[in-house]
Design a binder for this molecule. Structure first.
Ligand code: SAH
Ligand code: SF4
Length: 353
């Protein structure tokens, strides 16, 4: 069944006109869905009863059902577990921060990329999410936390590789940034990729892909280590990746974020930090580095470095005047760390199905 959140503005308007309704009905529907964020068609009071009935019968209101949520007592972050229509489950994480709120969304059920430190990829890729399943994560989470906790930032850093689900992710970004639809600021949306070079280039060349921020999971400072922990690096080599990133037409205010998961004894030594600084070289205005201490999961082959090692790594980058920030995982008490989702859920999926 059609979900209206699978349509961008142009498609929504066409769809409305095809039904024989006046074009402005599209704007009314959009307002109820994306601005008022109502939870049912019945609340769309300025639509005729006939249109409301048609929508109820022929479209799906939401692609997600909330199965459970956990709120962190430490920092207030909330991890949502949603059930999709086919029974698969995905997660999003709401992260309150000083002055703004961020939602981390998933783009796939599972992931095919196979990074050794990542739990999402354990069972490979199950399927891509539809556009509506991405957009509904935002709408449902916003309804849950209420208007007083407005979500202003979206990071595509949950389950899955966004650029491996290119078309659906692209349309979700169109919907989220369109002023006539959700109207979020382009600068407040970040797409995180494991570094698939041709897909990054495609995104930058695609005029229909709204300009948003790019984050790339670098995770190592040389080819050998990167290949060990990220098999995708065999074909997307670190030098080629950096050359590509150095050449992207990045607007001011849209610095590229290099993500770096710190794995004890693997990539967190002082020499790794120095090498990372050299890799960035003279392009330090173009990047900021996000250091993410590894979040262990049962059976994971790596360890989380002690806080001192993390701080030392950061201070070395600072010596080179590289902007480096540590992402101390949010909601550790609920294992809500964005990018390390589906930890406990796998057990829970078994329980509900
Ligand atoms: N597939 C995309 C986005 C999802 S992963 C990507 O790889 O960028 C989001 C981030 O979480 C990535 O930077 C990834 O390196 C990080 N991550 C994955 N597993 C992690 C773990 N166990 N501990 C800490 N960070 C992890
Ligand atoms: Fe996929 Fe990202 Fe996990 Fe790598 S880190 S397996 S790309 S979700």
């Amino acid at each position: 069944m059609l979900n209206l959140k699978d349509l961008n503005y142009r498609e929504l308007k066409n769809w409305v006109v095809e039904r024989g309704w006046k074009p402005f009905r599209a704007d009314q529907i959009a307002k109820w869905l994306y601005v008022k964020k109502v939870d049912s068609y019945d609340k769309m009071t300025d639509l005729s009863k006939e249109i409301r009935e048609y929508l109820k019968e022929n479209t799906e209101f939401s692609s997600l059902r909330l199965v459970s949520y956990e709120r962190s007592n430490i920092d207030g972050s909330i991890k949502f577990l949603w059930k999709l229509k086919d029974g698969n489950t995905i997660e999003s994480v709401f992260i309150p921060e000083d002055g703004h709120n961020t939602l981390c969304v998933s783009t796939q059920v599972g992931c095919a990329v196979g990074c050794k430190f990542c739990f999402t990829t354990k069972d490979g890729l199950i399927r891509n999410l539809k556009t509506s399943e991405i957009v509904d994560q935002y709408l449902e989470a916003q309804r849950f936390v209420g208007n007083e906790n407005r979500i202003s930032n979206i990071v595509y850093m949950g389950m899955g590789e966004p650029l491996a689900n290119y078309e659906n992710v692209k349309k979700s970004v169109q919907i989220l940034t369109d002023k006539r639809l959700a109207g979020l600021s382009n600068r407040k949306i970040t797409i995180s990729s494991s570094g698939i070079i041709h897909q990054i280039l495609k995104m930058y060349e695609d005029e229909e892909f709204p300009q948003v921020r790019l984050a790339v999971s670098l995770n190592a400072s040389n080819q050998k280590t990167r290949e060990e922990i990220m098999p995708i690096s065999q074909t997307n080599r670190i030098d080629d990746l950096m050359r590509t990133l150095n050449s992207l037409p990045v607007k001011t205010g849209y610095r590229i974020m290099l993500e770096y998961v710190l794995l004890k004894g693997v990539n967190d030594r002082p020499e790794d930090a120095h090498r990372l600084a050299r890799l960035i070289g003279k392009n330090k205005k173009r990047y900021k580095v996000n250091l993410i201490p590894f979040n262990p999961f049962p059976g994971s082959p790596y360890e989380r470095p002690e806080d001192e090692r993390v701080l030392r790594f950061q201070s070395i980058l600072w010596q080179y005047n590289i902007g480096a920030f540590i992402r101390w995982s949010k909601g550790q008490d609920i294992s809500a760390a964005c990018g390390q989702l589906r930890k406990k859920e796998v057990e829970r999926v078994v329980k509900i199905s």
